[in-house]
Write a protein that binds this ligand. Structure first.
Ligand code: GTP
Ligand code: MG
Length: 452
C-alpha cells in the first residue's frame, strides 16, 4: 500500500441521492481530471470546475463539479480531487471505473485518512476521530469526536510527554554526573512529578468507561407492578404514542423499545410487562423477559402508582434495585398520595410525576438526562472521553511512570527509573501514533469506510 499510488473511491454511500462524491488522491489526480474534463488549461486549485467528465473514448459520463487540492495543502498531503456527480450508483461506478482506467487503483478502507496521518497532517487520535465523527449517533458523541478531531487529546498527550521528557532529562544528567544531587530545579523532585503525571493519566484513562455510552448509547428499563404507568412513561420518554396504555392490568406482555427523545445521548427506553408475585404461565414468560431487560439495562426506572398501597415486587427485581442505577418514578401525582408510600424503598432516589398526558414529559426527559450524568452512568457535556485504545496505553504509561518513581526511593536506582520513564514515553507515543507499527495501523484503519 504505497502513498505514491493514485487511489479512487466513492465517498458517499451507495444508493440514489441528489449528488454523490468520488474522491481521487495521488500524483495522477490533476492530470486525470484535466484529461477527462478535456481542459486546455490546468485545473485551478480549490476552485469548483464545472464540466462534462468523459471516458477515454470520449463518451460522456456525467456533468460534474471537480475540485482539486494541491499537494501540501490537501487533507492527505497529496494532490487530491473531489468529483461531485449526480447521485446515481451507475454514474458513480462508471466514474470510478474511468479513474481506474486512467491509472488509479481502488482505495482501501480508511486509506485517505491513513494518508493524512502518514503525511503528518493529523495524529492518530485525530484519524480515529474522523471515524467517530461519521459514526456518532448523538450530540454528545459528535461533540466528543469534534474535540478529538481538533487535537485536544493530542495536545494533552504532548504535554504529558514534555513533562516526562523533562524529568527523564534530569535523570539522565544524574546518570552522567552521579556525584551531583538530583536536580534542584523543581522542589517537588522527580519522583513526585512522575507520580503527578501518572495520576493524571489514570484519571483520564478512567473516562473510557463512558466510551461505550458514547458509541452504543444507553439502555433504560422501565419496570414496575402492573398498571403503574410504565407504558405511559415509555410514551412520555419517546415523545410518541409507542406503547398501548389501558386501565386493564397486564396490558404490556412483551418488552418494547423506543429511543428517548431530546437527549444529547443516545438512550433507548424499554417498556416491560408488569412484575408481581403470582400470575399465569403466560404472565411468567413476560415477567422473565422484564427481569432480563432489567438486568441488561444501565438504569432502571421503577414506576410506582403513588396513589395506591406500595406494590409487592418479586424478590428477583428487589435485588436489582441498586440506588446508583435506579430512579423511582412516583406516578399518578394528580391523585392523593397513599400514606404508606413514604416508607416504600426509602433508600432509592424518587421523582414524582403525572404521566396521564404529556404534561411532565419534557421535564422528565431532562431529569433523566441529569440523573444519568449525576450518577456517572453517562458523561457530562464538559468531559473529555478517551477511547479504549487510548485508555489502555495511558494505563500502561501510568504504570511505568509509577514504577519509575518507585526506583527513585532509597535505594535510588536512577538507571531503572530512566528506563521506566522511557517505556512510559513509548506508551504515550502509541496514543498519538509516534510508533512504527504497520499491523496496528492496518487494524485501526480497517474499521473505516472506504472513501474516508
Ligand atoms: N390518574 C392517573 N392515571 C394514570 C397516570 N399515568 C397512567 N395512568 C393510567 O394508568 C393506567 C395504566 O397505565 P399504563 O401506562 O398502561 O400502565 P402499565 O404499567 O404499562 O400497565 P401494564 O402494561 O398493564 O402493566 C392507564 O389507564 C393510564 O391512563 C397518572 O399520572 N395519573
Ligand atoms: Mg404497559
Amino acid at each position: 500500500m504505497s502513498s505514491s499510488d493514485t487511489i479512487v473511491a466513492a465517498a458517499t454511500p451507495a444508493g440514489r441521492s441528489a449528488l454523490a462524491i468520488v474522491r481521487v488522491d495521488g500524483p495522477l489526480a490533476a492530470t486525470l481530471a484535466h484529461d477527462a474534463l478535456r481542459r486546455r488549461t490546468p485545473l485551478a486549485e480549490k476552485t469548483a470546475t464545472l464540466g462534462i467528465w468523459r471516458a477515454g473514448d470520449g463518451a460522456p459520463i456525467d456533468q460534474v463539479v471537480a475540485v482539486l487540492w494541491r499537494a501540501g495543502r490537501s487533507f492527505t498531503g497529496n494532490d487530491s480531487l473531489e468529483i461531485t456527480c449526480h447521485g446515481n450508483p451507475l454514474l458513480v461506478r462508471r466514474l470510478t471505473a474511468d479513474c481506474l482506467a486512467r491509472g488509479a487503483r481502488l482505495a482501501e478502507p480508511g486509506e485517505f485518512t491513513r494518508r493524512a496521518y502518514l503525511a503528518g497532517r493529523i495524529d492518530l487520535t485525530q484519524a480515529e476521530a474522523v471515524a467517530d465523527l461519521i459514526h456518532a449517533s448523538s450530540e454528545r458523541a459528535l461533540a466528543s469526536a469534534r474535540r478529538q478531531l481538533a487535537g485536544e487529546l493530542g495536545r494533552l498527550v504532548a504535554r504529558w510527554t514534555d513533562r516526562t521528557l523533562q524529568v527523564l532529562a534530569e535523570l539522565e544528567a544524574h546518570i552522567d554526573f552521579p556525584e551531583e544531587d538530583l536536580p534542584p530545579e523543581d522542589p517537588r523532585g522527580p519522583a513526585a512529578r512522575l507520580l503527578e503525571i501518572a495520576s493524571e493519566l489514570s484519571n483520564y484513562a478512567r473516562t473510557a468507561r463512558h466510551d461505550a455510552a458514547l458509541r452504543a448509547g444507553l439502555r433504560v428499563a422501565v419496570v414496575g407492578a402492573p398498571n403503574a404507568g410504565k407504558s405511559s412513561l415509555l410514551n412520555a420518554l419517546a415523545g410518541a404514542d409507542r406503547a398501548i396504555v389501558s386501565p386493564e392490568a397486564g396490558t404490556t406482555r412483551d418488552y418494547l423499545e423506543a429511543p428517548v427523545a431530546g437527549l444529547p445521548l443516545a438512550v433507548t427506553a424499554v417498556d416491560t410487562a408488569g412484575l408481581r408475585d403470582g400470575g399465569s404461565a403466560l404472565e411468567h414468560l413476560g415477567m422473565a423477559r422484564s427481569l432480563e431487560q432489567a438486568r441488561g439495562a444501565h438504569l432502571l426506572l421503577l414506576v410506582v402508582d403513588a396513589s395506591a398501597a406500595p406494590p409487592t415486587l418479586p424478590a428477583e427485581l428487589l435485588t436489582l434495585l441498586d440506588p446508583d442505577r435506579t430512579l423511582v418514578i412516583a406516578n399518578k401525582a394528580d391523585l392523593p398520595a397513599h400514606p404508606a408510600q413514604r416508607d416504600f424503598l426509602p433508600a432509592l432516589p424518587k421523582l414524582s410525576a403525572c404521566l396521564l398526558d404529556g404534561r411532565d414529559a419534557e421535564a422528565l426527559r431532562a431529569k433523566l438526562g441529569e440523573f444519568l450524568v449525576a450518577q456517572e452512568i453517562a458523561p457530562g457535556a464538559e468531559d473529555l472521553i478517551v477511547g479504549v485504545r487510548h485508555a489502555e496505553a495511558m494505563a500502561r504509561a501510568a504504570e511505568a511512570l509509577t514504577a519509575a518513581a518507585g526506583h527513585l526511593r532509597a535505594p535510588i536506582q536512577t538507571e531503572l527509573a530512566a528506563a521506566q520513564a522511557r517505556s512510559g514515553l513509548d506508551a504515550l507515543g502509541e496514543i498519538v501514533g509516534r510508533i512504527d507499527n504497520e499491523r496496528m495501523l492496518d487494524k485501526l484503519f480497517a474499521s473505516f469506510c472506504i472513501g474516508k
